[in-house]
Write a protein that binds this ligand. Structure first.
Ligand code: ZN
Length: 316
């Protein structure tokens, strides 16, 4: 199989508080909560998905908010930084917006591009870059009009404990193309126009540890079920140990850990988030897979209610 992923499908991270998470990703960043469900492996924990208006692949960040979790440490074996891409010409809008909302941001640069670097309430490292490529989001919320809205992921910075191995995997197994090397990072590109720019550290990093404020895994796109099955064989033939195919309701998934310590997933584009809710109602109701529906009452009691709300600063 000559395999090449289109790019990032989603990124999943650990946080603590669902309300703070909604206030940040919807309130501050203007993303849409496109699915409110539970962790299928731990039904007492939410699984929240934020993305563009439909939760298109390449725009989806997902969270397991676990109020009692200890704080993690960002380091090797993780996605170190999650990069969002905003429309060209909106860098100053975002800089002013973060300042107004007291989100401390610094300006950095890599590969000739300017980035706003900041953290979410749990310390997850994020950045915004403005680029022309990628379809515009159609979602507007609070203080973020659609023409300034984050389009999705620009990409990510991977922190590898075995940088050369991770770089080799990205090109030889995942089908990315090496684009450049500069200032301690190698840059790779995939074929999509969102979630398509992956930077990897050149020197091996000390391992971090998981917990609130760290990324749990990064998922890459497979076009459909047929290609997904081929990906599984391809990953196994390349010497990795993929899990069996798991049904995640909104996509199918396999997982494997790469040699730099990062947990990779490969997820199918279909069926997507409109499989159980109308596109204009996405994220409004707690959605449970059939096998949990009979326990809905019990599950709802275990979950702390929260709402997607416009920030006070954006009102009036
Ligand atoms: Zn995932």
């Amino acid at each position: 199989m000559t395999a090449a992923t289109a790019g990032i499908h989603h990124i999943t991270a650990f946080v603590r508080d669902p309300q703070k998470t909604a206030d940040f990703y919807a309130g501050v960043l203007g993303l849409r909560l496109i699915k409110k469900t539970i962790n299928f492996d731990a039904p007492e924990v939410y699984h929240l998905y934020f993305g563009n208006e439909l939760g298109s692949p390449g725009t989806i960040i997902t969270f397991f908010p676990w109020p009692e979790s200890r704080k993690g440490r960002i380091g090797g074996g993780q996605v170190g930084v999650t990069t969002y891409v905003a429309p060209a010409g909106t860098f100053d809008f975002w800089k002013e917006r973060l300042a107004k909302l007291n989100v401390e941001a610094t300006e950095t640069s890599r590969f000739g591009e300017s980035y706003l670097s900041f953290e979410d309430p749990d310390g997850l490292k994020l950045e915004i870059v403005a680029r022309a490529e990628g379809p515009a989001s159609k979602w507007s919320f609070g203080g973020v009009p659609a023409d300034k809205a984050i389009k999705g992921f620009g990409g990510a910075i991977l922190y590898s404990t075995a940088a050369a191995k991770t770089a080799e995997l990205l090109t030889k197994v995942m089908g990315l193309t090496k684009a450049a090397q500069e200032g301690g990072y190698v840059r790779f590109r995939s074929t999509a126009d969102l979630g398509n720019v992956i930077d990897v550290n050149v020197s091996d990093m000390e391992p971090g540890h998981g917990g609130a404020g760290t990324v749990h895994h990064i998922a890459w796109r497979a076009k459909d079920d047929e290609e997904h099955a081929l990906w599984r064989s391809h990953v196994a033939d390349s010497g990795f140990q993929p899990t069996p195919i798991v049904d995640r309701q909104y996509f199918k998934a396999i997982y494997f850990r790469e040699e730099g310590g990062i947990l990779f997933e490969i997820a199918t584009d279909p069926p997507g988030f409109a499989r159980d809710e109308e596109p204009d109602k996405l994220g409004e109701k707690l959605m449970l897979p059939e096998w949990f529906e009979q326990h809905r009452g019990q599950i709802e009691q275990l979950l702390t209610p929260f709402e997607v709300r416009v920030l006070e600063e954006d009102k009036g």
